[in-house]
Design a protein around this ligand. Structure first.
Ligand code: MOS
Length: 703
């Protein structure tokens, strides 16, 4: 009875399609009041006047909270138990530090009254010139002290002699890649319901990290974490924007205190563009050198990204070039530029999605420069070990991914010259790219209870952020205990349950899965000596070895192959076909795994062709809605085939899972950019590759 990997339907599928699965904003409590936030309409300056009288006089409005009457909040710094989205505390002073900063909360009997109140606020500013454009910003570039994401990679890296490697190269490339600001745009808006019972606070919140949210809110309010309970039973997508907790759960708690009633605070789509993080814009200067056989002699990747005026968030794109290929001479750097925007945050495959784009496009360019097939040049530069950390990989089945996906795609019949495939007025191109994503691991705990009636309860403060965790973790327990999945109930996302890390960084299967494996094994041991008729309870914590101490290095891998059709007159790029293969250790559920990978590829289509957050000359966000911020719709997405390459990894963790939630987007945008070049001979190194970009190159060829 091998239950692991079986493509089981989601155990919560029926609840979801019938609307019975409740998301944070769908809860109601007796005597519930509603809050609506007011955001700044300038990007930099001070509040000159904030007149709440009109808002207060609206029937149903209960209170308006601004920096003038908000309670003192206490700051929190980034640490493993809470990485706040921003350290800047809102509603504490008259400063405006980014467009769309929360500057007031209106609390009312109804949502409509709260919104009406928010619209009735009269606010005047002292406005200052702001910088929001990475490329044209006036501020100095600086070196950050550290990278704060899970597994915290070093800021810079260097091995060998890059200048020497470039001197001996027979093919040299010096390329600049740029990528746009993107917003996560989870379908479910961020929302919190706060209710006080004496000095005990309960938050129903949409979060990827109940423990982190609890720790932030408790610190902000100056109360003990034990006084705060956070639950988040269902989450309608987060993609990183709900991983680092933002100010609104604290504001909901403040509002509930002010009106002495439970308060529901739901952010609007527009609010989310400025207040729950974004993927920052990046500039990557990448130099590659190769000998006449196409073997890399040097890689240099210098990354610059934007951050806020008060936090140093690093988009760690250079980490990919450190390990993706075998090369003796590699250097990578990360630098920041301060902008008048809120702090960026992880967004699906933070750093690595952008890093995969640049190295995978650069490798494609190197293939043309050396006259090699794009797949062949990757195989010639295959890294058999992690040359950055000088350790073996815990597992790596990338060769298998290349072979199987290339065969199924029909890559062998690809004509090597660009512009050689046509269909009517369309130019057809085939492109490929590798995918690599760090296996991130954190300490996690879980409790397993064997009930006398044969049912099993698995409890952990992890989350199902739409990924299928309720199902896949039940399969882990079913497999260890050798009982049917139907007998397992999984309880998640409650700070009263055993601690689990943020459901981010694709770390849940490996980290929480391992805690469940250990708890199940302990429960079975206890069962041998237990009293019949009594429940058996076992709780376990799995702690990964410190990353420096590990004898191995761990990444998930994959390979993308795609076909595009380009209409050069219209500038449109249509992705027509996709074949990808991935290897990520043990797959817990083939169906949910496949969904994650397909979803990641769809994100790659968005990143390649559509997504960008646009600021106008006054530093306001122009396209802060889903009509103007473009994401792929069904018509943009071709049939996507995903092949899972079987892989056993006995080193990475007891669950054997390396994670794949963020693997699918890695390399996907590069495959599209490379296919576009193959179709047209037009090389675009700036994302997204818009219609206008293709048309302008076509109409005004430069070289
Ligand atoms: Mo993720 S971007 O670490 O939720």
């Amino acid at each position: 009875m091998d239950l692991i990997g079986a493509p089981l339907d989601r155990v919560d599928g029926r609840l979801k399609v019938s609307g019975a699965a409740k998301y944070a904003a769908e809860y109601s409590l007796p005597n519930l009041a509603h809050a609506h936030v007011v955001q700044s309409s300038i990007a930099r300056g001070r509040i000159r006047e904030i007149d709440t009288s009109a808002a207060i006089s609206i029937p149903g409005v209960l209170d308006v909270i601004t920096h003038r009457n908000a309670p003192k909040l206490y700051p929190i710094q980034s640490n493993p138990s809470s990485r706040p989205g921003q350290t800047y505390l809102v509603l504490q002073d008259d400063q405006i530090r980014y467009y769309g900063q929360h500057i007031a909360i209106v609390v009312a009997e109804s949502v409509e009254q709260a919104q009406h109140g928010a619209e009735s606020m009269r606010i005047e500013y002292f406005e200052e010139e702001a910088d929001t454009d990475l490329i044209h910003a006036h501020n100095q570039i600086f070196k950050p002290k550290r990278i704060t994401t899970i597994n915290a990679p070093p800021v810079d890296s260097s091995r060998g002699d890059v200048r020497g490697g470039l001197r001996q190269a027979s093919a040299k490339l010096d390329l600049t890649f740029t990528t746009a600001i993107e917003n996560h745009n989870a379908l479910e808006p961020h929302a919190t319901i706060a209710s006080w019972d004496g000095d005990e606070l309960t938050l129903i919140d949409s979060t990827q990290w109940v423990i982190g949210t609890r720790n932030l809110v408790a610190t902000n309010l100056g109360i003990a974490p034990e006084r705060v309970r956070v639950i988040s039973p269902f989450v309608g997508g987060g993609f990183g924007s709900k991983g680092n907790p933002w100010p609104h759960p604290t504001l909901a708690a403040v509002a509930a205190r002010h009106v002495n009633r439970p308060v529901k605070l739901v952010l609007s789509r527009e609010h989310m563009f400025s207040q729950v993080g974004h993927r920052p814009a990046t500039i990557q200067q990448m130099e590659l050198g190769a000998d006449q056989d196409g073997r890399l002699t040097a890689i240099s990747d210098r990354v610059t990204s934007g951050t806020s005026q008060f936090d140093d968030y690093v988009e760690a794109a250079g980490t990919t070039a450190r390990v993706a290929y075998s090369c003796a001479n590699v250097e990578t750097t990360h630098r920041l530029v301060r902008l008048d925007v809120n702090t960026p945050c992880p967004m699906r495959a933070p750093g690595e999605a952008v890093g995969n784009f640049s190295i995978e496009c650069a490798m494609d360019e190197l293939a043309y420069a050396t006259g090699l097939d794009p797949l062949e040049i990757r195989i010639r530069n295959y890294a058999d070990r992690d040359e950055d950390r000088d350790k073996p990989f815990s597992s790596k089945s990338l060769r298998g991914c290349y072979a199987v996906a290339a065969e199924r795609f029909g890559w062998r019949s690809r004509p090597s010259a660009s512009g050689s495939m046509k269909a009517g007025n369309l130019k057809i191109g085939w492109g490929m790219a590798s995918a690599i994503f760090t296996a991130k691991l954190s300490k996690a705990s879980a409790r397993v209870t064997l009930e006398p009636d044969g049912s099993v309860i698995v409890s952990t403060a992890s989350h199902d952020i739409g990924t299928g965790t309720y199902t896949s973790l039940a399969q882990v327990a079913a497999d260890e205990l050798r009982v049917p999945v139907s007998r397992i109930r999984v309880n998640l996302a409650d700070t009263f349950l055993p601690e689990a890390p943020a459901s981010a960084g694709s770390q849940t299967s490996g980290s929480v899965g391992s805690a469940i494996v250990l708890a199940c094994r302990d429960a079975l041991r206890r069962a041998q000596t237990s009293v019949p008729g009594e429940p058996i309870e076992a709780e376990a914590t799995w702690t990964p070895a410190d990353i420096q101490e590990r004898a191995w290095s761990s990444y998930s891998f994959g390979a993308h192959f795609c076909e595009v059709a380009v209409d050069e007159d219209l500038g449109s790029i249509k992705v027509r076909r996709w074949m990808a293969a991935f290897a990520a250790g043990r797959i817990l559920n083939e169906k949910t795994a496949r969904s994650q990978l397909v979803g990641g590829i769809v994100w790659g289509i968005g990143q390649a062709l559509l997504e960008r957050t646009i600021y106008d000359s006054s530093s306001r966000i122009v396209n802060r809605n889903l009509a103007d911020y473009l994401v792929p719709v069904n018509a943009d997405v071709p049939p996507i085939e995903v092949i899972l390459i079987p892989e056993a990894d006995t080193l990475v963790n007891p669950a054997g899972a390396k994670g794949l939630g963020e693997l699918g987007i890695c390399g996907a945008a590069a495959a599209i950019a490379n296919a576009t070049f193959h179709a047209t001979g037009i090389r675009v190194r700036d994302l997204p590759i818009t219609h206008e970009r293709i048309r302008s190159v076509r109409l005004f060829p430069v070289s």
